[in-house]
Design a protein around this ligand. Sequence first.
Ligand SMILES: [Zn+2]
Length: 336
Amino acid sequence: MKQTKGIVWGIVASQTICLSVTANSLEYWDFDVRQNRVEIVTNGDVRPKAQMIANPTRLIIDLPGVKLGKPSVRQGNISGYVNQVRVGQFSPYTTRIVVELASQYSMRPWEVKVRSLAPNRWFVQLSDFQPHDVYSLPIEEEPVAIAVPAAKSSPRPRSGYTVVIDPGHGGRDPGAIGLRGLQEKGVVLSISLGVAEILRKRGLRVVMTRASDSSVSLRGRVKKADQANGNVFVSIHANAVGGNKTQVNGMESYYYSSGYRLASTIHRNILRKVTVVDNRGVKRGRFYVLRKTKMPAALIEVGFVTGNIDNRNLSNPSYRQKLAQAIANGILEYLR
Ligand SMILES: [Zn+2]
């Protein structure tokens, strides 16, 4: 073990000098159990380094020049294959993500793929998990480095884009009212504020049709969007169904004319990030705000306030923040 640590430290130490001037931080990370991959978003460009180390088998992803800015995070009992994912400040200038496999599993390092979507956004796709007897890393040896391609040069969206976020309802109009009195207007405002914050941090101009619990007419929303000269318009709503049908849960997205790619990109990003009970698809819908706005427009129904599962999720601030991140990711991907 001692030898292993020494080698890892050596790799990192050689880089600290040239990177010490950059102020880059880890904006977002996630281990997606279903897709079996780690997603990393930093607020500046990064070139991750990945390696596998034995005993216990773990994938190490180092982000040189990146500060975590938060205390270390651990997620335990991720899945049958993954014991733990932890993120910490490995050295003053390197953030480290460690995916530790359950003791009976291993991975072939050459099948681990590191992909870049942009210089600040990476996926580390884990390979299929193998029982140890099929393939196992040599114990107590040097880490096995994983090849990392150059970052995709397609940059982040140019600043200068304006995104209009439209939280449905508000003020006198609560929107749908669901189980335990959960109101659509509050749920969608909270998600929308989250989306706006993420996009602003990424340098985009964001205009909200409402940023508080206020009443805004449909015409007023369209007028605001057109006056802001928005590049995209995203309306955020939550669904409801009558008749005590609590088993109806799920997400759907709408477009009317030019917003199909916008709606489907956001939709796909939501499916990627959260577990959706029912994927109700991307549909054409005659919503006023979709028909009347001049820019590509999408309307997202994030879930059913009347659904037994969606209601619980939508009541949870951390789930709402996940949705906000997913919607923001979709908008950023669309603008790229
Ligand atoms: Zn609504």
